[in-house]
Design a protein around this ligand. Structure first.
Ligand SMILES: C[S@@+](CC[C@H](N)C(=O)[O-])C[C@H]1O[C@@H](n2cnc3c(N)ncnc32)[C@H](O)[C@@H]1O
Length: 247
């Protein structure tokens, strides 16, 4: 695995949850990035931006995050020698400062569920930024399947209010397509990897990771999976409905 080249960076200072570098590598196996301008949305400390810069053909990567200051990420980007490719930015995914049709690919690892559960979020906030023919690769922690009634107490205890952001693949497929069914193709799959990304998080010794590990030892993992979502924006996506109306 190419992710293993970055093992020295899987530390409690840099990891912010289950190891997104490993999961990104897996997503890229079937959905490679061969060039273009990429948005790494909710990039955290920038580990996935580094992987995109070194292990894909991406020419330019905008590393955008809300909780981590851009200056902190810029310092790391310079230490990594990737300042020509990676541009750090402090911004909110709900109000991004980019022009329309700007990105070839939007990547978002373990972040989209914090803001993307809003109604029609993809149609209104993501789609305008992606050029026709472009893509989004989104990875969220989620459920193996939705619950019929109330969620199990253990899961509620672990997630608190964040429980409303955990869903299964079918839910995500329908949710992403809201308001843009005719303009995108959505593929949703569970990742092959589950244990190792979590194990890296527990092993790094971060206090939140150790807390998560306690819930895993009580069995919370039986409900969980990683949900990978690959979206393709159809060619001429924006102009097709308008030209249809005007003729
Ligand atoms: C669990 S961390 C994951 C970070 C990184 N993607 C990774 O996997 O290591 C979630 C990230 O989502 C970002 N985030 C949450 N809400 C956001 C928002 N509204 N706009 C941009 N980023 C957001 C946070 O700043 C945080 O870095």
């Amino acid at each position: 695995m190419r992710a293993d080249r970055y093992k020295h960076l899987f530390t409690k200072e840099l990891l912010m949850g289950p190891n997104a570098v490993r999961l990104l590598e897996e997503m890229l196996e079937n959905h490679p990035i061969r060039g273009g301008r990429v948005l790494d949305l909710g990039c955290g400390t920038g580990l996935t931006s580094l992987f995109l810069a070194r292990e894909t053909g991406a020419e330019q990567i905008f590393a955008v995050d809300l909780w981590i200051p851009a200056t902190e990420n810029w310092k790391r980007i310079r230490e990594w020698g990737e300042e020509r490719k990676i541009i750090p930015l402090h911004a909110d995914a709900r109000d991004l400062p980019f022009p329309e049709d700007f990105f070839d690919v939007i990547v978002s690892m373990d972040s989209y569920h914090y803001y993307g559960c809003q109604e029609r979020f993809f149609a209104e906030k993501m789609l305008p930024l992606i050029r026709p023919g472009g893509r989004a690769l989104l990875l969220v922690p989620g459920l193996k399947r939705e619950f019929e009634g109330d969620a199990p107490e253990l899961l509620v205890e672990w997630l608190g209010d964040d429980i409303s952001t955990f869903h299964d693949g079918n839910w995500w497929r329908n949710h992403i397509a809201q308001g843009c069914e005719d303009r995108i193709e959505v593929e949703v799959f569970e990742t092959r990897q589950f244990e190792q990304p979590w194990q890296d998080w527990f092993d790094c010794g971060h206090e939140y990771g150790l807390d998560d590990q306690k819930f895993f030892s009580r069995g919370v993992d039986q409900f969980l999976s990683f949900i990978a979502i690959a979206v393709r924006v159809k060619e001429g996506g924006l102009s097709a409905p308008c030209s249809a109306i005007s003729t």
